[in-house]
Design a protein around this ligand. Structure first.
Ligand SMILES: Cc1cc2nc3c(=O)[nH]c(=O)nc-3n(C[C@H](O)[C@H](O)[C@H](O)COP(=O)(O)OP(=O)(O)OC[C@H]3O[C@@H](n4cnc5c(N)ncnc54)[C@H](O)[C@@H]3O)c2cc1C
Length: 459
């Protein structure tokens, strides 16, 4: 375990709109914040907006902006002003002694003040065969998994009656032949505009006062058992996919009851303010807000938390302020998307290429280990994983190559490769699949698997 020798001014836990906004404000106050982004315990780095398509209500973007793109901008801004990011989960926290301490898998960090911005995560239903069909037809993220080939032109279902459920149902009509929306009550709790979109879409069938009882299938889900209110017998409906949109639980487990929470687990703060039940600990965003739960409200509360922490540090004479070499930090630069390879631009030695042409060439002709990452354009976790994986590939200095396949553009390849969600990463050597990963994983998992292949080949 690495011990951070200095006591941090502010540690921010969580990298959604609340965490990044707090970081921007704390960094601009020259407090050099450390931000623990989270990794898998309570969502993914960037938070819930990484799992949505267009955010149309965040001020400043009149034409809307993709969730992952918005969160990458938040991140760039926080880094530009001097935030240090630690891509890991906070596992434990000790708020009984000062300075406070936070444990991750590898570090013990001490801090004078802490901002908790860990948001909330999607709930599950716990039906009997849920585990068996999780990722084989059941998903909690239509935006991430909707483009999967198994869902194309098939009947799909969404569970829930709020904004998320409605958004997901509308989104899924792009892929499925029909979308069943299973609503437990007799009305939709979504915004009026969203309700209109659902009701005016003839591909969506709303089942009022209906609950999911169980799921069935063989290799892949194919039926749902449902119960309608007032009916004695259960019914089955055909569906190859079911998407949960049934609310969220605040990510507070790692706090071990150190801070006051309400009956649903949300952190209690002073009325309209970010101070929690412990002096020097502040909360921002959805983790302390069971009511508004929006990007803009989370960002606003992140700002308040950072300003409150700054005042608290200065009042208690605890702030150690850094001084900047230059007034204006360097502007951020963004990497552009790479072109899809074809016979004219394909490069046998290139470390990272895109598309099935490059995949076929390297799969059949290259002797090097080959990493294939399957993505889809609106998949937030893919945005997290791609730069991580690129760094791993670069570290091997040409001994390994990677191909990116967008499963929306390359349906057949995704089907042949049995890809059932994005991101999926497959590692091949000499046309043999050595290992497969689903979802976002730590860099060392990919690295270790590649090292093992390289060691075996050099024997
Ligand atoms: C599908 C969907 C669509 C949405 N669309 C919109 C929209 O259009 N407009 C809008 O304004 N809002 C929208 N929202 C709501 C919005 O996403 C949330 O209100 C907002 O993201 C909350 O921000 P947050 O920073 O509080 O938390 P989150 O965004 O939930 O971020 C929490 C962060 O904490 C991290 N974390 C959790 N546990 C730990 C731990 N133990 N250690 C370290 N880190 C941890 C997570 O990895 C994550 O990075 C949508 C939400 C969903 C699910």
């Amino acid at each position: 375990m690495r011990n951070y020798s200095e006591i941090e001014n502010i540690v921010i836990i969580g990298s959604g709109p609340a965490g990044y906004t707090a970081a921007i404000y704390a960094a601009r106050a020259n407090l050099k914040p450390l931000l623990i982004t989270g990794f898998e315990k309570g969502g993914i780095p960037g938070g819930q907006l990484m799992t949505t398509t267009f955010v149309e209500n965040y001020p400043g973007f009149p034409n809307g902006i993709k969730g992952p793109e918005l969160m990458n901008l938040f991140k760039d801004q926080a880094i530009r002003w001097g935030t240090t990011l630690l891509e890991i989960d906070a596992e434990e926290i000790n708020l009984k002694t000062k300075p406070f301490s936070i444990k991750t898998k590898n570090e013990l960090i001490q801090a004078h003040s802490i901002i908790i911005a860990t948001g909330a995560r999607a709930n599950k239903l716990g039906v009997p065969h849920e585990k068996e069909f999780w990722s084989k037809g059941i998903s909690a993220c239509a935006i991430c998994d909707g483009a999967t080939p198994q869902f194309r032109n098939e009947e799909l279902a969404v569970i829930g009656g709020g904004d998320s459920a409605c958004e997901e149902a509308v989104y899924l009509t792009k892929f499925g032949s029909k979308v069943h929306l299973l609503v437990r009550s007799n009305h939709l709790k979504a915004s009026a505009a969203m309700v209109d979109r659902v009701k005016n879409n003839d591909q969506i069938m709303i089942h009022w006062e209906t609950e999911l009882i169980d799921v069935q299938g063989d290799e892949w889900l194919n039926k749902l058992t449902i119960k309608r209110k007032g009916q004695l017998n259960n019914e089955t409906i055909n569906a190859r996919g079911v998407f949960y949109a049934i609310g969220h639980t605040p990510n507070t487990e790692f706090l071990n009851g150190h801070l006051k929470q309400n009956s649903k687990g949300y952190l209690i703060t002073k009325d309209g303010r970010p101070e929690t039940s412990i002096d020097g600990v502040f909360a921002a965003g959805d983790v302390a807000d069971s009511e508004w739960r929006q990007g803009i409200t989370a960002a606003g509360s992140g700002c308040k938390a950072a300003l409150a922490a700054e005042r608290w540090l200065s009042k208690n004479n605890l702030a150690s302020i850094i001084s900047r070499g230059s007034k204006e930090p360097e502007k951020t630069k963004r990497e552009g998307e790479i072109e899809t390879s074809n016979e004219n631009n394909f490069n046998f030695e290139s470390l990272w290429q895109r598309g099935s042409y490059a995949l076929r060439k390297l799969y059949h002709e290259s002797k090097k280990p080959l990493v294939v990452i399957y993505t889809s354009s609106n998949c937030g976790p893919c945005h997290i994983l791609k730069p991580q994986l690129k760094r791993v590939i670069e570290e091997f200095e040409g001994k390994v190559q990677a191909i990116e396949i967008n499963i929306e553009d390359e349906q057949e390849i995704a089907k042949q490769a049995d890809v059932v969600g994005t991101p999926t990463v497959q590692l091949f050597k000499s046309k043999t699949l050595i290992k497969q990963w689903k979802g976002v994983k730590q860099r060392h998992e990919f690295k270790n698997a590649i090292i093992k292949i390289l060691e075996e080949t050099s024997k």
